[in-house]
Write a protein that binds this ligand. Structure first.
Ligand code: 13P
Ligand code: SF4
Length: 306
């Protein structure tokens, strides 16, 4: 009978034989983490993608992440773990809509969250991730910035970098933006000794109540390194489980049971098994012109963010 362990062993053996690097976003499940070469947030995945030595890369996460890997490593074979795994936020603004919008903001630097399509990245100046956004926006020469598509992340950045004039559009993550400020108040009352850690994709009224706001990896690092022993976690609920596993002696509570990303949850260990066997996943292809143009804003992100 197959077990999780036997399937993982087969994946580990095959990925070595077939020269495959497995990159997993932190929202993936524990059984996938254990077969990955690297697990991290969007920024960490971009850094690893740029330096992975293997000829083939399997991205366990959502489509924009696999596209970013392809843009950074156009000569490698890049696979997405599940063909239907996309980030709904990436569909909220198209390249042609942004081109129109830019006409209303002449002279503005256009910054896009990395949770966007490769096509959209061809018409912006710089990309940011949640962990690199503040540093990158602060270091831009321009005071005037048009930020798309996450208005909650954008509002949080604006609060951290008040000297910039940041214009926002309406968009955001359905999972994070669904957490109400009232829920944050209730949870803080229920667990008064717990620190509230949230992702900047949450509503500003939720982030305003947090003890710490950061990316998935930053939230995990904060909780692991903190002398505190109880935490309310305001991001996708897989992080609650990963933290419970990493720090069994500490207490972790989900800020909301509904903060679940169904797209991130699509990939299973058996999908990974199929990918390394060549019977699953999707190979990412992008036009050379898209890769060349989209790469400029990702390179700028890596330069300013490092
Ligand atoms: P991170 O930058 O924390 O990886 O966030 C990506 C994401 O999609 C969060 O919802
Ligand atoms: Fe997109 Fe939200 Fe899922 Fe992150 S959690 S991948 S932003 S839908």
């Amino acid at each position: 009978m197959n077990t999780v362990r036997s399937i993982q062993d087969e994946i580990l053996k095959l990925k070595k034989e077939k020269d495959i690097c497995i990159l997993a976003h932190a929202y993936q499940s524990q059984d996938i983490w254990e077969v990955a070469d690297f697990v991290g947030d969007s920024y960490g995945l971009s850094l690893q993608a740029a330096k992975a030595a293997q000829k083939n890369v399997l991205l366990c996460g959502v489509r924009f992440m696999a596209e970013t890997v392809k843009i950074l490593s156009p000569h490698k074979n890049i696979f997405l773990s599940h063909p239907q795994a996309g980030c709904p936020m990436a569909q909220q603004i198209s390249a042609s809509q942004l081109t129109e919008l830019k006409k209303q903001y002449p002279g503005y630097t256009v910054a896009a969250y990395i949770n966007t399509t490769a096509e959209l990245k061809t018409v912006c100046d710089v990309c940011v991730t949640s962990s690199s956004a503040v540093k990158i926006i602060r270091s831009l020469d321009s005071r005037n910035i048009l930020f798309v598509p996450d208005c909650n992340l954008g509002a949080w950045i604006a609060g951290q970098v008040p000297d910039k004039n940041i214009r926002l559009v309406s968009g955001g993550c359905p999972a994070h933006a669904g957490i109400s400020p009232q829920r944050a108040e209730q949870m803080k009352k229920r667990y008064p000794d717990a620190k509230l850690l949230v992702h900047p994709e949450c509503l500003p009224e939720v982030s305003a109540q947090a003890d710490y706001t950061g990316s998935t990896t930053e939230i995990m690092d904060y909780a692991k390194n903190s002398p505190d022993t109880a935490f309310i976690i305001g991001t996708e609920n897989s992080i609650v489980e990963h933290l419970q596993f990493a720090c069994p002696e500490k207490q972790f509570y989900a800020l909301s049971e509904d903060c679940v990303c169904s797209n991130m949850k699509l990939t299973t260990l058996m999908d990974v098994w199929h990918c390394v066997h060549g019977t699953g996943g999707e190979q990412i292809t992008l036009a050379d012109s898209v890769i060349a143009q989209a790469r400029r804003c990702i390179d700028t992100m890596l330069t300013l963010g490092s």
